[in-house]
Design a protein around this ligand. Structure first.
Ligand SMILES: [Zn+2]
Length: 468
């Protein structure tokens, strides 16, 4: 018996060893999917680094309010050019862009007054591209509407000589806040042109934000050709609610304000571009970018400093891991997205003139929040493949992979045949900050920002492996 026990133990040990080896072999084979190893390396490197976060801090603290034509923009251009230079990219260059400028002027002094309720100052900002008020300001009665359709119902009799107050909030029941933004933005973009047709003297637009706060959220507006240009302002949501209350108690409530914003002629500026040359298809381009300009009342952290440093860090991670892509990869800091989108137009125009083949472009312009996924304009087999990449990203909490998405600056590249993609970070808080003084470096979380960089690098790495 004493002789046999060790022998049985020996056999059991052998079986255990064998089972162990099989398990190790199987798990080893799974872990050896080379793409998931590369992706895990991207995430490890990004989480160990604070490069993107520090670049963002520089842009926010040394170049806040960097609109086209401002000295802050010159600083931002030079800084990001140097960041690209230090990465040792194959090419770094500035691409000339001409765009109309606009100065917001002084913070307007504005107030509401009512014979019944008294006087109260309100927080407003001019909308981008708006003309100023006459030097003495504007004082008039207010007509509140919920949208452009209300103007026709009210007609010229009710609107002529008054200020139109657009007060339709973003729909808070929509889970996707970008859809809610899209559903309310017509008031800001076209509100002045429409109200002008009915003889309004100015428009005040409820800030496009899901928050109730005291920050006016500005943004771009446009005048239709041939209409009389009237001043357009954003009012903070807290004061929009107050104004609505006063108007219910006293329909004769009046508003007065003075703005001295300035529409400027064409100003010269630049897109900042860095490139890693592709090893197999150097004439085929993948573009990653964000826009370098930011509203004058903001540090431009979420919009769109985050997208700029995401893009810079993504390409730096390629360098750090020693990955030379098959296709040429360009990182682009686009100029003038907020006012006139001339940077994106100039980039696509030059691409067309140089006969470059642009296969894919990705934009990050939705803030620096934790990554949730990607949207893309791909079709057929490519679409299927991209949706299938979800499996690589799920371990990092990233799971939105669907058709749709892109970005304002890369939009013009679609005409050249590029697949356009949008990086999707978490969307619940973006409009708390968007285009307001609230959009500061302090609002960005370092880990969430770095995770976004890794997600973008990983996505672009997979895109580079496809055949186009
Ligand atoms: Zn933006």
């Amino acid at each position: 018996l004493f002789i046999f026990i060790p022998k049985i133990l020996c056999k059991m040990k052998l079986i255990a060893l064998l089972v162990q080896s099989i398990i190790l072999f199987i798990s080893g084979a799974c872990a050896q999917d080379p793409d998931s190893i590369v992706i895990s390396n991207f995430f490890n490197k990004a989480l160990q680094s604070d490069e993107a976060y520090r670049n963002l801090e520089f842009l926010c603290k040394n170049a806040k309010g960097r609109m086209i034509g401002t000295p802050q923009m010159t600083i931002a251009i030079e800084y990001t050019r140097q960041v690209m230079d230090q990465m040792g990219l194959d090419t770094v260059f500035l691409q000339p862009v001409m765009g109309p400028g606009w100065k917001p002027g002084d913070v307007p002094v504005a107030s509401v007054s009512s014979g019944k309720l008294g006087n109260q100052s309100i927080s407003v900002l001019p909308l981008g591209n708006s003309v100023p008020t006459p030097p003495g300001g504007i004082q008039a009665r207010i007509v509140e509407v919920k949208g452009l359709d209300d103007l026709e119902r009210l007609g010229k009799d009710r609107i002529k000589g008054n200020i139109v107050f657009y007060n339709r909030p973003m729909d808070s029941t929509l889970l996707n806040t970008f859809a809610a933004y899209g559903g309310a933005a017509d008031q800001r973009v076209r509100g002045a042109s429409m109200a002008s047709r009915y003889g309004a003297v100015a428009v005040i637009v409820r800030s496009l934000t899901t928050a109730t706060d005291h920050f006016p959220h500005t943004g771009m507006m446009r005048y239709d050709e041939g209409i009389e240009k009237i001043p357009a302002l954003a009012i903070c949501t807290a004061d929009a609610n107050l104004l609505d209350e006063w108007l219910q108690k006293d329909p004769d409530t009046r508003c007065s304000f003075t703005t001295n914003c300035q529409v400027l002629p064409q100003v010269p500026c630049y897109n900042v571009i860095g490139e890693i040359r592709g090893s197999q298809f150097p004439g085929e381009f993948i573009t990653i970018g964000g826009h370098l300009d930011a509203w004058s009342n903001t540090e431009g952290a979420q919009d769109d400093g985050a997208g700029c440093v995401h893009s810079l860090e993504a390409i730096r991670l390629f360098r750090e891991l020693g990955i030379r892509p098959k296709h040429s990869i360009r990182v682009v800091m686009f100029m003038d997205e907020e006012l006139s989108q001339t940077g994106g137009i100039a980039y696509a125009k030059a691409a067309g003139e140089n006969n470059e083949r642009h296969i894919l472009a990705l934009e990050s312009d939705r803030g620096g929040f934790a990554p949730r996924g990607f949207g893309f304009s791909a079709n057929g087999k490519t679409l299927e493949t991209m949706v299938g990449w979800k499996k690589y990203f799920e371990p990092y909490g990233i799971h939105e992979f669907a058709r749709g998405g892109g970005g304002t600056d890369i939009g013009p590249l679609a005409k050249l045949g590029a697949i356009t993609c949008g990086f999707i970070p978490d969307w619940q808080r973006y409009f708390d900050y968007h285009h307001s003084a609230n959009d500061t470096f302090a609002s960005v979380n370092k880990r969430e920002l770095q995770l976004g960089c890794a997600a973008i690098a990983s996505f672009i790495y997979l895109c580079d492996k496809l055949e186009y």
